[in-house]
Design a protein. Structure first.
Length: 144
């Protein structure tokens, strides 16, 4: 973590490197003059442009960033983000929350890095995210 962000977190009584991160992506509209070779079209959202992925800690401080063509799947962004989180936090990040756009590829990749990735779903009645609970089968893989 950067020096300034680390000091901010430590002032709150926490370790500078987080143990929990949240991963998410956004599709961003194409700007004028951007080369077509670096952009794509997000099929799900019908957005031409780029996709940015962020990994943040519980304070919302950015841990890792990736920018891809909008046509890239969330899994591509998720695996790169997890690699960067593992490197940036020196293995301190052991848990990650992702939304349902990320699939088991990201869960399995995180397990290989020692990061327990949990897919969460948004309950329309709640504000924010809550862990996904289903009929006993879990979308969670733990590191060996």
């Amino acid at each position: 973590m950067t020096c300034c962000a680390g000091m901010c977190v430590e002032q709150k009584g926490r370790l500078a490197d987080p143990s929990l991160v949240v991963l998410d992506t956004q599709s961003v509209h194409l700007a004028a003059g951007v080369p077509a070779t670096t952009t794509g079209r997000d099929a799900a959202r019908k957005v031409p442009g780029r996709k940015r992925g962020l990994a943040v800690d519980v304070f919302g401080l950015v841990i890792a960033v990736v920018v891809l063509a909008a046509s890239a799947h969330e899994n591509a962004a998720g695996t790169v983000l997890l690699d960067r989180v593992a490197a940036q936090t020196s293995g301190m990040a052991t848990n990650a929350l992702v939304d349902q756009g990320f699939k088991n590829t990201v869960v399995d990749h995180g397990a290989g890095l020692g990061i327990d990735v949990e897919i969460v779903e948004r309950n329309p009645a709640d504000q924010g995210l809550s862990p996904s609970r289903n009929d006993g089968s879990s979308s969670r893989r733990t590191a060996p």
